[in-house]
Design a protein around this ligand. Structure first.
Ligand code: PLP
Length: 379
């Protein structure tokens, strides 16, 4: 940018053929009063935790001339303690967000000549991480209601024999947790690794079973988690995995040395030490999530069951138009590219009020429910 008129176009560079013509991924970061588009935790970090993180980070500053603990042992021990299930430091690995964790998994278990499979619609970063690591992406299908049965999953894994299977539970963007029978069935037939992305596990409805329970005896199972959502620590960038210690040894072959800064490690440990306070918002967010589901169904819209901090709903028309109309009323939701559907994050009660008010002001959603019309082309 600072080269002014002499700026080189991307297309003039000898960039990889598979990256040519692409644009960087990311949800719009717009300055809008109500931002409900990236599933962040709407509650700011409580003052007591701000102070604790500040002290922990300050204590590291004098030693910033030294590299941090390359293996982040103390942090991993804390994360193992949080997860329970008999996990110890050897079975837990941490990185700058679960996106980096999944990238490391693909670097170790995917790569050129290998493939990764996911059941779409699912997390849009999985195919992009595959692209970046040179892993061939196989888009497998869910049924029309976004469900996935063990039989459908098994048939597609058998057909494609991927090196890595991504399962997302609760699934983004649909919100629904997977039946544990699907995870078990995929583990039985997958020829390679099975990664269960549990970014929203803390928001799941009572009775939802985590894949952490299945880890013993399944060395090819990896469960990824994050502090970005329930912990309200998206800006801190901390994701982690739980798996057999051999999997941790494998990702250590590809991780950059000192990938987790001393500041990140200290901040995350301080946040974890205050997990009772930080996770105190989860119940309130689940209440807003359930309120959004009930209110939208009451307006005659189709809504996917949610075990997460967001809700996928049918707009009864073109989702790009509905997205724009909501934005015009100061509410930013997410167009995930599913024709006819939008995704909204559950935040504070006031944010739900604003979202519902905007829904009622935008023509597409007011009662009675309009009939969806085929639009010809999905934008
Ligand atoms: C938000 C999200 C993540 C979190 O990514 P981080 O890199 O940890 O912030 C991971 N998986 C899914 C499905 C998500 O929606």
């Amino acid at each position: 940018m600072n080269h002014g008129d002499s700026m080189t176009g991307l297309e003039e560079l000898p960039i990889r053929d598979d990256l040519r013509g692409l644009s960087p991924y990311g949800a719009p970061q717009l300055d809008v009063p109500v931002r409900l588009n990236t599933n962040e935790n709407s509650y700011p970090v409580p003052e007591a935790v701000v102070e604790a993180i500040g002290k922990a980070v300050a204590a590291e500053l004098r030693d910033l001339n030294r590299y941090p603990d390359r293996d982040a042992v103390a942090l991993r021990a804390d994360l193992a303690g949080y997860l329970g299930h008999g996990l110890t430091v050897d079975g837990v690995w941490a990185a700058n967000g679960s996106n980096e964790i999944q990238q490391q998994l693909l670097q170790a278990f995917g790569g050129p000549g290998r493939s990764a499979l996911g059941f779409t619609p699912a997390y849009s970063m999985h195919p992009l991480l595959a692209l970046g690591t040179g892993t061939r992406w196989v888009p497998a299908r869910r049924d029309v209601d976004f469900g996935l049965t063990a039989d459908e999953a098994v048939a597609q894994v058998r057909e494609h024999r991927p090196d890595v299977v991504f399962l997302c539970s609760p699934n983004n963007p649909t919100g629904t947790a997977l039946d544990p029978a699907v995870v078990a069935a995929v583990l039985d037939v997958a020829p390679g690794m099975v990664v269960v992305d549990e970014a929203y596990a803390e928001f799941a409805r009572p009775g939802t079973v985590s894949a952490l329970a299945v880890l013993p005896g399944h060395p090819r199972l990896v469960v990824t988690r994050t502090m970005s959502k329930a912990f309200g620590f998206a800006g801190g960038r901390l994701g982690y995995l739980a798996a057999d210690p051999a999997v941790v040894a494998a990702v250590q072959l590809v991780r950059l040395p000192y990938h987790l800064s001393a500041l990140t490690q200290a901040a995350a440990r301080a946040a974890l030490a205050h997990r009772d306070v930080l996770l105190g918002t989860v119940t309130a967010i689940m209440q807003q999530r359930d309120r959004i589901v009930t209110e939208l169904r009451g307006r005659g819209l189709r809504v996917a069951d949610s075990d997460a901090n967001f809700v996928l709903y049918s707009v009864g028309g073109d989702q790009a138009e509905a997205w724009q109309a909501m934005l015009a009323h100061g509410v930013l939701v997410r167009d995930v590219g599913l024709p006819g559907w939008l995704r909204v994050t559950a935040g504070t009660p006031a944010e739900t009020d604003a979202f519902l008010a905007a829904m009622d002001k935008t023509r597409l959603a007011g009662p009675p429910a309009p009939q969806p019309r085929p639009k010809g082309s999905a934008r």
